[in-house]
Write a protein that binds this ligand. Structure first.
Ligand SMILES: *[C@@H]1O[C@H](CO)[C@@H](O)[C@H](O)[C@H]1NC(C)=O
Ligand SMILES: *[C@@H]1O[C@H](CO)[C@@H](O)[C@H](O)[C@H]1NC(C)=O
Ligand SMILES: *[C@@H]1O[C@H](CO)[C@@H](O)[C@H](O)[C@H]1NC(C)=O
Length: 439
């Protein structure tokens, strides 16, 4: 995959644009040809636009003074030609972006700049109110350079119009529908962040306040702390015992705080398992203070860091389990955010970013590259990226991921690759401690 090329346009679209460009160029070139041949142009013409423009510059050195006027005209035309070309490609690019984001909302109709507005106008009022725009009460804001504001909502929401409308169907001021699962599916499809709603989520019956720190870090909260409807399991006991059950669940043993979870990151096996204390020792004492765990399951990494007085925010999805509520009940900060979203931190701020299992080869390469750059952005100079058990297939490691990480600019402090044990295919894990350079 062309990970370095960014989002590519479909080939067909590209070639029709090229055709149009060629026609345009031919018109201009017909006018130029008289001048051109008069001066004794080289006989070969090439297909590519860039060759045309390059060819035009060839005879400049040998032209006699009598054609100085023609020459300068030619140079002007060439400049205009280049400008037209870049305008066209810019236009094309903008069209593609609009088309890509909106899909084809009007069956069979062309997607144009008005498509987005027409689509918005066709939405129920609550959706339009949620996504704005809203005029600023104090008028134009020099800070944002605008007189109105759009509440943040993922552009893909408009691509899943029916789902969006469904999500926004509720009585204003009343209780929200119990649609956690539906909402998260919509979010995972790219409608992220979801629009705000004007309703109240139901409170769990018999809710009791959380346990105090530090005991809360390793305590399973009472079942009355959450609403169980969205999940297959209806109690924490069921979640803890999931590890003994057949079938695949995300983070199958993560709720069992007395099992594997208890020992994670405590010892360093010199291979794929790094210990927290080893990682912290690579930096001056106390200099790792704040960070992020991407896809942190039930929050155990943050709990272990908290015990070392380090504040970690944990992003997690509620994939058939109340991961966010559980992290919060431990006294840690959950962030319900997928890996698609730009990290909500300012650049050069975090001391450490950790991710286990989540950043892996299921993520499209281009997207993953954007993610690595985003992590690089939010890390402070000298900050650490701990890539923990990144999963991929054998050849991908050296062909795709190692070069990608190099390209982003991370410096390798430690790099460990190893075969994945539970399958016999050529599957690999990579653990790495990477550093954002100081300069
Ligand atoms: C060509 O024109 C330039 C300036 O326009 C002049 O300096 C030069 O002497 C001219 N050369 C000939 C061969 O006429
Ligand atoms: C964490 O901070 C507390 C209070 O400042 C302190 O008593 C404790 O020793 C610190 N723990 C570690 C592991 O540094
Ligand atoms: C990647 O390349 C290194 C040498 O640069 C080699 O030792 C290693 O076996 C390769 N890894 C894989 C998974 O092919």
């Amino acid at each position: 995959m062309g990970s370095s090329e960014g989002y590519e346009y479909p080939k067909k679209q590209r070639s029709t644009t090229r055709m149009k460009l060629k026609v345009l160029l031919l018109v201009i070139l017909t006018n130029l040809l008289t001048i051109y041949f008069f001066a004794g142009a080289p006989s070969s013409f090439h297909h590519d636009i860039s060759h045309y423009t390059n060819a035009l510059s060839l005879p400049l050195v040998s032209w006699p003074n009598t054609t100085t006027d023609l020459l300068s005209e030619l140079v002007t035309t060439r400049t205009q030609l280049a400008a037209t070309r870049s305008q066209l490609s810019d236009l094309h690019q903008r069209l593609q972006v609009v088309a890509g984001h909106l899909g084809r909302p009007n069956e069979g109709g062309e997607v144009d700049e008005d498509g987005g507005r027409r689509l918005l106008e066709s939405l129920p009022e609550e959706v339009r109110l949620a996504v704005g725009p809203h005029a600023l009460p104090l008028g134009f804001s020099p800070r944002s350079g605008s007189a109105s504001v759009y509440p943040s909502v993922g552009f893909a929401c408009l691509k899943y119009k029916d789902d969006l409308v469904q999500y926004m169907k509720y009585e204003v001021g009343d209780e929200c529908p119990l649609d956690d699962k539906f909402a998260q599916r919509l979010l995972l499809k790219g409608c992220e962040p979801l629009p705000r709603r004007r309703c109240r989520p139901r409170s769990p019956e018999g809710y009791v306040g959380p346990a105090p720190l530090p005991e809360s870090l390793w305590q399973i909260p009472p079942d009355t702390s959450i609403i169980w409807e969205p999940y297959t399991c209806k109690s924490y006991e069921c979640l803890v015992n999931r590890v003994k059950q057949p079938g695949f669940y995300d983070c199958k043993d993560c709720f069992n705080l007395k099992g594997r979870e208890k020992n994670r990151w405590l010892s360093d096996n010199g291979k794929l398992d790094y210990s927290i204390d080893w990682v912290l020792k690579t930096k001056p004492p106390g200099s790792i203070r704040i960070g992020l765990d991407i896809g942190g399951g039930s929050g155990t990494f943050a709990a272990r860091m908290r015990e070392r007085n380090i504040t970690i925010i944990t992003t997690s999805m509620n994939l058939d389990g109340p991961f966010n509520s559980f992290i919060a009940s431990r006294g840690l900060i959950p962030l319900h955010m997928s890996v698609s979203q730009r990290l909500p931190f300012f650049q050069n701020t975090l001391d450490i970013v950790h991710s286990m299992h989540v950043l892996s080869n299921w993520i499209p390469n281009t997207m993953l590259e954007f993610t690595f750059y985003d992590i690089y952005r939010v890390l402070r100079p000298g900050g650490l990226l701990w890539l923990d058990h990144f999963f991929c297939e054998g050849p991908q490691m050296n062909q795709t991921y190692a070069p990608m990480i190099d390209k982003v600019g991370f410096r390798k402090i430690r790099w460990s690759a190893g075969m994945k044990m539970d399958k016999n295919r050529n599957e690999w894990y990579l653990s790495a401690l990477l550093e954002k350079p100081m300069t």
